[in-house]
Design a protein around this ligand. Sequence first.
Ligand SMILES: Cc1ncc(COP(=O)(O)O)c(C=O)c1O
Length: 383
Amino acid sequence: MNVYLDNAATTKLDPRILKAMMPYLSDKYGNASSIHSLGQQNNLVLERARGEIAGILGGEANGIIFTSGASEANNFIIRGLMRANRQKGKHLIVSAIEHPSVYQTAKLLVLEGYEIDFAPVTADGSVDLVALKRLLRSDTVLVSIMAVNNEIGSIQDLSVISKIVHKNGSYFHSDLVQAVPYLKINLQKIGIDLASLSAHKFYGPKGVGLAYVRSGIKIDPLISGGEQENGLRAGTYNLPGIIGLTEALRIAYAERASYLRQVKTLRGYFWQRLKTEIPGLKLNGSLKKRVENNLNVRFGRIEGEAVLMDLSMHGIQVSTGSACSAHNLKGSYVLSAIGLADYDLNSNIRFSLGRFNTKKEIDYTISVLKKTVARLRAFSPVK
Ligand SMILES: Cc1ncc(COP(=O)(O)O)c(C=O)c1O
């Protein structure tokens, strides 16, 4: 049996979304910047898509800058904003559990003379608000805190954070990649100035996402050499991708209630069986403040990598953390930030459920996992 339980890394393209993209991969191939009718028709489609996305996210259409995904959007926002606002200050704060595309980009800015602080999180993966307030300075230009963590699925209270950040006169960026459709997003109501999204996390195509930059905020261009995206990101528009992103976002929120019910029920069943049938297994983070599709567990005494490989040989695909750490055997800094001891940092598996999973698949996973864990523990030198 094949079981895909790595939906936080990427999701399977929804056939309805592929269908919506197809005309723009074939007959409707005009460059949306061209002046002839094939181009201008596509320009209308492009701007309609921008408007539709802005409507769903409760933001301004002209604040949307289409990108190749969220790593690009995060790089663009962190660097572009800090560089364009040098006169405001040189200090930025990011949470200790940000995705590397925020975390590492912020760290690299130190080489340019910027100063960075990492906001700590509590054991349930929530940003420590008292510590955050203490870190804010008069020259803090930007605070970047993700809506939902990619490893442990912890949810932040964005409205509260946004108020704290704005009271200080700083800009608030949130990486929303793992939040669709788990959180209802209204950029203006929540008070998010800048945001990032990626279509392939919610059944859309890979290679397309967006950066959101509220009007009036100065930001340095990402790619020069063309007038696309208000001169901030040059390059021919990826219209098939943009249509895919729009359709994926529309379906995600149109079907949100039934989708959440489905993954929550399945996750509840999975968790119940995991905690009763695998001795010593523990949940990383809190069950309450996490998105409905995520379970990140630790086994103790055995390597997460070994569990992953064994499950994979049985057709079950999971992750030890983020996909981006697949080539990096260092322990997870996210799990370290929520307080796991060093000896526990390599004994974890992230299960992330999605629309196409079934109860039968969960039953199969439990039966394989029980044998895997028992066998690896029998070999383990740590008793
Ligand atoms: C929270 C978060 N931010 C950013 C990214 C990067 O997204 P992309 O694959 O579109 O570059 C990911 C992908 O794993 C993610 O989980």
